[in-house]
Design a protein around this ligand. Structure first.
Ligand code: LLP
Length: 404
């Protein structure tokens, strides 16, 4: 994305052109950026030669899953629905891992029928349920156990998952006991140790702590894990000030800390693959004078893009064309929904805007559409993908009639 003659261009296409051709709000993805992220991820971990399972919760658009699959990716899913979508996108079930603390019996049965690579179990009761279904079907099932390494990911608390007070995984003691139990089971095969400490992690240090905990458990267990699934969580540079996780440093830590006796490493990245590939193009409906600031009221709202309302997440906002001069007052960018958290950002110095202008919310590719809803009976927006100078519709805007 860059400005050419003060007009914002994505790949080779003018953002105002897109906004006028289709109706806003529009999620617009760049294929080039997606490809670049995938190649960068693969290159950073080249020495480890991992299986990379894209985390479908971050973006479950079928067309995007199909593109990602072409780069030999598998999928990390957390529901029967995500599993169905990953399979529909053509992802090989032998490259699909299923995580989550509350898998239902029918989801487990579906995963077993589809012969996926691993069900990563998160509790003893879940293991008992998988075993019950495996016994009934007389089928061997490959499972992993998720370790809770009691590690602080040093990220937003709502997306931190690896501390002992979090609901995820089991602690070291329980983990070791479960290994003994599974060893005696007729149909369960323990293939994997899995772990995931949180999301939007910007330093390799929490990962180092996590790796030490993983290594300790592997050594104590005396079990040969075919896979070590290190989850996702790699953070991206939302504020565009070069603060992102250094993947190469992380790769070095893995090599240094994990004495993994030939286990295959699995990663489950979501955000680092898809986060910065998309923008949300939205139109200014009104500029409303407020007390100390002006409200820029947009046609996108918290139902379209939830991260700021849910986590106070920060996203850059930029104009689609730069006018001369700046706003007199601070701008507060808000949506039309009747909630005070329906707000995207407050920006002190912004290029002057007038009604009907278009603006862009950046880096909305991960947990953008996947967290969107129909709150206020608002249809979900159009999704398009730009490939060089071509535009592809990858999800139609919902019709109001579909919501009746
Ligand atoms: N694996 C597991 C087991 C996970 O729970 C997650 C994310 C991932 C992989 C992918 O993490 P990533 O590479 O995308 O960081 N809605 C929040 C993020 C929630 C993350 C949940 N788990 C947000 O918008 O920031």
């Amino acid at each position: 994305m860059k400005y050419k003659n003060n007009k914002l261009i994505i790949d080779r296409i003018n953002v105002d052109f897109l906004a006028k051709k289709f109706s806003t709000p529009i999620y617009c993805y760049s294929f080039n950026k997606l490809k670049k992220n995938i190649l960068h991820f693969k290159k950073s971990f080249q020495k480890i030669n991992p299986l990379i399972c894209f985390s479908v919760k971050s973006n479950s658009n079928l067309q995007i899953l199909r593109e990602i699959k072409k780069f030999d990716f598998g999928a990390d899913v957390v529901s029967g629905g995500e599993l169905m979508k990953a399979i529909k996108a053509g992802i090989n079930p032998k490259k699909i891992v299923f995580s989550g603390v509350g898998k239902t019996s029918s989801e487990i049965e579906y995963a077993i029928n589809k012969k996926i690579l691993l069900i990563n179990a998160e509790s003893k009761n879940e293991i008992l349920e998988i075993e019950k279904i495996a016994n009934l079907k007389k089928k061997n099932v490959n499972i992993g156990i998720r370790l809770n390494p009691n590690t602080d990911a040093k990220t937003i608390s709502q997306i931190s998952t690896g501390k002992k007070e979090n609901k995820f995984g089991v602690d070291e003691k329980k983990f070791l006991k479960l290994i003994d139990y599974i060893k005696k089971s007729r149909y369960l095969d323990l293939r994997c140790l899995s772990v995931h400490i949180g999301s939007q992690i910007l330093s390799h240090k929490p990962y180092e702590k996590m790796l030490k905990a993983v290594n300790r458990v592997i050594e104590k267990s005396n079990h040969n894990f075919e896979y070590v699934d290190l989850g996702g969580g790699m953070g991206i540079d939302y504020m565009h000030n070069n603060k992102r996780l250094n993947l190469k440093k992380y790769a070095l830590s893995i090599i240094k800390i994990l004495k993994r006796n030939n286990s295959k490493i699995i990663f489950e990245p979501g955000r680092s693959i898809i986060g910065n590939t998309a923008i949300l193009i939205t139109q200014v409906i009104y500029v409303k004078e407020g007390h100390k600031k002006d409200f820029v009221i947009l046609d996108a709202a918290m139902n379209d893009f939830m991260r700021p309302a849910l986590y106070n997440a920060e996203h850059k906002i930029i104009p689609s064309k730069k006018r001369n001069g700046f706003s007199k007052k601070t701008y507060e960018f808000v949506g039309p929904i009747c909630e005070s958290t329906d707000k995207f950002a407050t920006i002190k110095k912004f290029k002057k805007l007038i009604e009907k202008d278009f603006i862009v919310i950046c880096d909305v590719g991960a947990y953008g559409t996947s967290l969107s809803s129909n709150y206020n009976v608002r249809p979900k927006p159009l999704e398009i993908m730009v490939k060089g100078s071509k535009i592809q519709i990858i999800n139609k805007k919902q019709k109001l009639s579909e919501l009746m």
